[in-house]
Design a protein around this ligand. Structure first.
Ligand code: NOJ
Length: 749
């Protein structure tokens, strides 16, 4: 039953009138509930907090002290816990089950940065609709996703979870994900509530070190960081998660200006906010709140509605804070009202449980696997293809050597931030190539080198199966020699390298962008055999590929392509699909160039921009928006429909893209804008339009973009508000952020 606004208000008024402050605080509390592998329970390294956690939660459930739970994915377990929540609450209030549905549940889609590289909002929406269907089927109501943090420093491990460096692309991707998760409204059948995160600025961690403080200027905050949040909110996102770190000195979770003035008043958010895990308690760690009661009351006062806690929530102290007059009843009720509203809109009061039989059917849906495969095909970026080595012609091949430590690693193929995986269902690159070639072509494989290791364990290693292991009896030198022999004897070598998936994600920042372990050495030795070599890269951040970009003829970036990844890679390698993805970030030559973006400002001696470092070029290895195809595109006939417009006027920019090859292929047509003069110095180029189009061999397409006031408006630190400047504008349309085909138009005062 869908309730209207009036019915919801009446229902909540009734509940609030009956609830004690303790029950209200319970509704505002969310607990992790870990189901750890048996060996983990006795692992002292986990700390008592995690090991004791399930018992603490059961106790809280029994006294009606749990508004929400996270990290449970088994439908039977969800039903059991839900029963405890409903029965533990005097008012029968069901719990909301949340989870990090980041890129799929059982069907694993490519990682978010990969989905962004598709530059295909419809695909992204379809992908998250699959994730939502599977999550909802097991009883999950809410995704802690999308992560819409702009990331401009690839040392930061969480770059893999976002859409890259650009606010325009990031906004399109954010909105598409929210639509995919939620559908048309909160409570749409088979959908879940979206939770964009982390509000705000988390991607700007100092030195790329996860959780460290963020010092962010106003212009970047309003023009770069906030637009994807705004897009997610405009798409209807029901919740927003606060960030861990301090923004300009004030912890985000206790930052009233950020959570109220900016989030609610400026961005118009009217759902509920949740803190990141333990971030409310951590207001004490920040040296901000003296104790947990103060942390709780200051967070609530700032605009935080729900606390995500492992154990011992700060929000347990809200009744005492109320008693002491640190918060008032209206503040408490406002937060509870927001949480109950989402539960009511989801229909949970009428139907809190989940059908376990149906869950099995939904998780096994073959249509979901097809979306994952299509997504992996569309996300891949062809970085280099000298001499047209790709696509490979299967009919010409007698043997293929599939080499490298990631070639046959199912766990790495699906990437970070997945917990519900079925590795047996995952198609590795080796599996995909073998399936594609059948018995006609000989396919040999070797890892070549041992697994790469982190200097300290990943926080996710406790869940089991996350830390890579060498097989029993692995002998590095013999294996290396075998790999090189296979390469020598093969007609083509496919080398799959990158970062092991536990080297990227949360708490997985790096001080280097090198290929970890002995991977470069393996690649160099394979190339030295003289066998034509294709490098397939699995990654979520740009890596130092300077050597490969100069010596390996074909480089295909497949990211962590998900559970159908290997099938998609085979489709691409053998030409059954044509790569059309584009980089969602500027790819630096080395870590020393970080941060590097395409949208820098013009500055002193811009003509020397290529000479800013005396020991390295200032240009990237691959520009933002780069990505090749088996097709070859040319651009022509760039036109504006008017040379001059008023401040509120719209210019339509049109160009022709022509496919000069005999392959059909997709091209992402990109529009960049530059304001020449005004009340601030503006970026040399900014993406302001894109469209992924299929152009058949030998054909052409006219593509048009609308450049109106929304595309030209920006936040100006001088006047501390949005402005539209009159100016001459340069506009370019083309294949990446260096597109040469340009024209101008003038905006008059
Ligand atoms: C911490 C992460 O920062 C956040 O993104 C995630 O949603 C929560 N943990 C819950 O897993």
């Amino acid at each position: 039953m869908t309730l209207d606004d009036e019915a919801i208000r009446t229902r909540i008024d009734g509940l609030l009138a009956e609830m004690t402050p303790e029950e209200k605080a319970g509704q505002l509390t969310q607990f992790f509930f870990f189901t750890l592998p048996p060996e983990a329970e006795d692992n002292p390294a986990l700390g008592l907090e995690v090991a004791a956690q399930p018992r603490a939660v059961e106790a809280a459930l029994a006294r009606g002290g749990v508004g929400s739970l996270l990290f449970v994915t088994d439908p039977a377990q969800i039903n059991r816990l839900q029963r405890a929540a409903v029965e533990g609450s005097r008012h029968g209030i069901p719990a909301l089950f949340g989870f990090d549905v980041v890129h799929g549940l059982r069907t694993v889609l490519p990682v978010p940065i990969a989905m962004a590289a598709s530059w295909d909002p419809a695909l992204i929406e379809a992908g998250q609709a699959v994730a939502a269907a599977e999550a909802r089927a097991v009883g999950i109501h809410w995704a802690f996703a999308p992560m819409v943090d702009i990331a401009r420093d690839p040392r930061w491990g969480r770059i893999v979870e976002g859409a890259g460096e650009d606010p325009f692309l990031g906004s399109a991707v954010a909105a598409a994900q929210v639509r995919g998760f939620q559908g048309e409204r909160i409570g749409a059948p088979g959908r879940i509530v979206a939770g964009p995160k982390h509000f705000a600025g988390y991607g700007y961690a100092l030195g790329g070190r996860d959780y460290d403080e963020v010092s962010l200027g106003d212009a970047d905050l309003w023009n770069v960081v906030l637009p994807p949040f705004k897009a997610a909110i405009d798409a209807g996102a029901g919740t927003v998660m606060t960030a861990y770190m301090a923004l300009n000195g004030i912890p985000a979770t206790g930052n009233r200006w950020l959570l109220t003035d900016v989030l609610r008043e400026a961005l118009g958010f009217d759902g509920f906010t949740v803190s990141d895990a333990n971030a409310t308690r951590n207001l004490t760690t920040h040296g901000f709140a003296p104790d947990l009661r103060s942390a709780a009351s200051r967070a609530l006062d700032a605009g935080l509605d729900m606390e995500m806690a492992i154990t011992d929530p700060a929000f347990d102290h809200l009744p005492a804070a109320l008693e002491a007059g640190e918060i008032d009843e209206t503040q408490l009720d406002t937060a509870v009202r927001r949480v109950l509203e989402v539960k009511l809109r989801l229909g949970l009061f009428d139907d809190p449980y989940v059908d376990e039989d149906r869950a099995r059917v939904v998780l096994a849906d073959p249509a979901h696997r097809e979306v994952a495969r299509e997504a992996a095909r569309r996300a891949a970026v062809l970085l280099r293809n000298e001499g047209g080595l790709l696509p490979l012609d299967a009919a010409d091949l007698g043997s293929v050597a599939v080499l490298g430590p990631l070639a046959d690693s199912a766990r790495d193929t699906i990437g970070p931030w997945v917990f519900d995986f079925e590795l047996a269902e995952t198609v590795t690159v080796l599996d995909g190539i073998r399936d594609r070639l059948g018995d006609a072509v000989r396919v040999d494989s070797a890892r070549g080198i041992p697994v790469g290791r982190r200097t300290f364990p990943s926080m996710f290693d406790m869940f089991g199966g996350n830390a890579p292991e060498d097989p029993e009896g692995f002998e590095p030198e013999a294996e290396f020699t075998r790999a090189i022999r296979l390469a020598t004897d093969a007609d083509v070598a496919v080398v799959v390298l990158g970062e092991w998936q536990n080297m990227i994600g949360e708490a997985a920042s790096r001080s280097s962008l090198d290929l970890p372990g002995r991977q470069l050495e393996l690649l160099q030795a394979v190339v030295a055999t003289g066998t034509p070599t294709v490098l397939v890269v699995m990654n979520g951040r740009p890596l130092d590929l300077r050597w490969a970009a100069a010596h390996v003829p074909a480089v295909l970036d497949v990211w962590y392509p998900g559970s159908q990844g290997g099938a998609a890679v085979a489709d691409l390698l053998f030409g059954d699909a044509v790569p059309g993805g584009k980089l969602p970030f500027t790819w630096p030559r080395s870590v020393g160039q970080v941060p590097i973006v395409y949208s820098n400002l013009t500055s002193h001696e811009p003509e020397n921009l290529g000479r800013r470092y005396w020991d390295e070029a200032s240009t990237p290895l691959f520009p933002f928006g780069h990505g090749l195809s088996y097709a070859r595109f040319s651009y022509a006939d760039l036109a504006v429909d008017t040379d001059t417009v008023a401040l509120d006027g719209v210019v339509t920019v049109t160009a022709t893209v022509r496919n000069e090859s005999n392959h059909d292929g997709d091209e992402v047509v990109q529009l960049y804008l530059h304001q020449r003069t005004g009340t601030a110095s503006r970026p040399v180029r900014e993406l302001k339009g894109f469209e992924r189009v299929m152009v058949a061999a030998g054909e052409e397409r006219r593509v048009s973009f609308r450049v109106g006031p929304d595309e030209r408006r920006y936040w100006n630190a001088g006047v501390r508000g949005y402005v539209l400047d009159p100016s001459v504008f340069d506009v370019w349309v083309g294949t990446d952020s260096t597109a040469p085909l340009g024209t101008t138009f003038t905006v008059t005062p």
